[in-house]
Design a binder for this molecule. Structure first.
Ligand code: ACO
Length: 430
């Protein structure tokens, strides 16, 4: 990559020239890698609001225009025309597949859906009331103890196998975490089913009777997977990249991503949002909650609202809202009270000066919880389903990073404000 411009930084009577690069889309980037060695200063950017930590060709977001592209393809086109495994192929390999390539990829993923039988015992070590995310962090991390033949990150073929294994097995692990939490037997994957139907089957089938996955619900599930598949350098993806920069194995890195995703400011927002909608309960209580969200002295925030990058609208939320209408209609619950509260809350918030001024719009999680609950999932499964979808994004970004010849261990600097050197005081003198 060749610099396209130069930025000049002046301070303390010094002047430093810094190379600049122009991306294919998005703002120009100032290269500060040599700043410390040349000028003896650090930059300060907690939360990485202005810092690019890597080069990437996978996903692009224009937050001001509400644009999300995977390998150049708009998310609404992928959600309406594609299906999850094709999107996985696109994210992993960069292009839409031919029919033969897609069939081969689907076969490879499908043939890896079972987990090592010994893993069943591993699940049984957890308390039944463990949150499925807690179980997932543990079991996905433990994959590195079960699949020794795909741990060598320097071997291209092993990296490929690890990627396929993760995309194939994380749904099985999420479904097993759910089954374990409700005391039902684990349901083995059914390889004649598509990816989404198989996930529904592993979650909702019981050995006592046949299970039929409704194709419209399977389509809605598939769309939820697509909408969460990747999202550029978000917190959990950056966690995966940082973990992997030390050379850690892929299963350990994805477990780190799952841990980060769990937080309510990130993937945990879908659970928190539905709990909030239930707490609000009826449209007449909306003004009270809007007032709380605006109150600086109240920690309450409108869950499912706001985004670090989207300052116009979240294009995934638009598709999700349509899906919510379709699914609830299909299930004959179009008058679902939570959907009514959600729609009215969105309407009121979008007209409110506070939300307009801060550019706060519904994000992907505002409507996803309503769909997932209508499909029969408990709130505790919302974030695990997000993790199932995002696994492909994490592993695509991981593969991209490992193949980058410029890879360095991630090691941020700090603005130190603590004590300088002082002498140790013996305990009797303190
Ligand atoms: N409700 C009320 N006020 C909010 C909200 C909200 N949901 N989100 C942001 N604000 C306010 C903040 O109080 C802050 O106000 P101030 O400038 O007066 O201090 C301002 O808007 C900017 O907010 P920040 O937290 O600084 O913005 P940031 O980019 O760091 O945070 C975040 C983004 C974490 C998503 C935030 O909007 C939030 O907490 N939203 C609710 C949780 C949520 O829905 N998370 C899902 C994100 S999408 C995803 O992970 C799939």
């Amino acid at each position: 990559m060749q610099p396209t411009k130069t930025a000049t930084l002046s301070f303390d009577g010094k002047s430093i020239d810094l190379p600049m690069y122009s991306p294919t889309a998005g703002p120009d980037v100032i290269d500060i890698r040599k700043l410390y060695s040349q000028a003896d200063v650090f930059t300060y950017d907690p939360g990485f609001t202005s810092t690019a930590a890597c080069e990437s060709t996978i996903t692009f977001i224009d937050g001001d225009e509400g644009v999300l592209l995977h390998r150049g393809y708009p998310i609404d086109q992928l959600a309406s025309k594609s299906h999850f495994l094709e999107v996985c192929f696109l994210l992993l390999y960069g292009e839409l597949p031919s029919s033969a390539a897609l069939e081969d990829f689907e076969t490879r993923v499908t043939r890896h859906t079972m987990v090592h039988e010994q893993m069943h015992n591993f699940f049984r070590g957890f308390r039944r009331d463990a949150h499925p995310m807690a179980t997932m962090v543990g079991v996905v991390g433990a994959m590195s103890a079960f699949y020794h033949d795909s741990l060598d990150i320097n071997d291209t073929w092993q990296r490929e196998v690890a990627a396929i294994r993760l995309i194939a097995k994380v749904p099985t692990i999420a479904a097993m975490a759910y089954k374990y939490s409700i005391g039902q037997p684990f349901v083995y994957p059914r390889n004649e089913l598509d990816y989404a139907s198989n996930f529904l089957s592993m979650c909702f089938a019981v050995p006592a009777e046949p299970y039929y996955a409704n194709p419209i619900l399977a389509r809605a599930m598939d769309r939820i997977f697509i909408l969460h598949a990747d999202h550029e350098q978000n917190a959990s993806t950056s966690t995966v990249r940082l973990a992997s920069s030390s050379g850690a194995n892929p299963f350990a890195c994805i477990a780190a991503g799952i841990a980060c995703l769990w937080g309510p400011a990130h993937g945990g927002a879908n659970q928190a949002c539905l709990e909030m909608l239930k707490e609000i309960g009826s449209v007449d209580r909306i003004p009270e909650f809007i007032a709380r969200a605006k109150d600086k002295n109240d920690p309450f925030r409108l869950m499912g609202f706001g985004h670090r990058v989207y300052k116009n609208f979240d294009p995934r939320a638009t598709v999700m809202k349509q899906s919510a209408d379709e699914v609830l209609d299909l299930l004959g619950v179009a008058n679902n009270p939570l959907l009514q509260v959600a729609k009215e809350l969105e309407r009121v918030a979008l007209q409110d000066e506070y939300f307009a001024e801060k550019k706060l719009f519904p994000n992907v999680d505002f409507y996803s919880g309503i769909i997932l609950e209508a499909m029969g999932f408990p709130t505790s499964m919302f974030t695990p389903i997000f993790a199932v979808s995002r696994t492909v994004g994490w592993i695509s970004q991981w593969k991209e990073q490992i193949a980058d010849p410029n890879l360095k261990i991630g090691r941020p600097r700090q603005l130190y404000l603590g004590e300088t050197t002082r002498d140790y005081t013996d305990i009797e003198k303190r």
